[in-house]
Design a protein around this ligand. Structure first.
Ligand code: SAM
Length: 185
């Protein structure tokens, strides 16, 4: 059976991250990616989780508490374009993996969604904060207004920067989500 792109991200990350690693979930949302990352990095690592919405971070925090993983979580209510301003400076150059799951919070306020300008700024900073051989997953949804432009801009940024990357599409439909998998070399 074909994996969903979220499952594909987790499958890939599972091969790359482990106990003691430092990771960043740049779009915490309902906390599923954060929970996955925390499971991999416990019992010595840490996951920084960012989201614009306080409610998203509350949901994420309580999900990790239910799984006994809250000690491996730091939350930041902020736009992810502000990585430089809000993450602890000693994380710079040490982050093993960053996840971006773009768009809006499912079942939440659809007007609060990622946008091209801040997504590109966040991606540039995230790449700077990665360790060598670190990775970024960017899961783009093209079926909502602005989503297609955002995905195309991400693609263009990757090309302009000459980042090592792979593009994976979810299914054959025109509105299939698109995953950009970036590796720092
Ligand atoms: C598709 S959801 C993320 C799903 C999440 N990774 C999960 O596992 O449940 C996108 C999230 O991005 C957040 N978001 C939108 N714009 C943002 C921004 N500029 N900075 C940080 N978070 C943002 C939204 O509030 C929303 O919670």
């Amino acid at each position: 059976m074909k994996l969903s792109l979220v499952e594909e991200v987790h499958r890939r990350l599972k091969q790359e991250i482990g106990p003691g690693d430092l990771c960043l979930d740049a779009t915490a949302g309902n906390g599923f990616d954060t929970l996955f990352l925390a499971r991999q990095v416990a019992t010595e690592g840490m996951v920084h989780a960012m989201d614009l919405q306080r409610d998203a971070l509350r949901i994420t925090q309580s999900l990790l508490e239910r799984h006994g993983l809250e000690n491996y979580l730091s939350t930041y209510q902020s736009c992810h374009s502000q990585i430089d301003a809000v993450l602890p400076a000693n994380s710079k150059g040490r982050i093993r993996a960053v996840t971006f799951n773009l768009g809006y919070l499912p079942k939440g306020d659809k007007s609060i969604k990622t946008n091209t300008i801040t997504t590109l700024k966040a991606l540039r900073h995230a790449y700077d904060w990665l360790q060598e051989q670190g990775m970024i997953s960017v899961l783009c949804y093209v079926g909502h207004p602005g989503g297609r432009t955002e995905e195309q801009s991400v693609r263009k940024l990757i090309e302009e920067r000459g980042w090592k990357s792979e593009t994976i599409t979810g299914n054959d439909s025109k509105e299939s989500p698109i995953l950009h998998w970036i590796e720092k070399s």
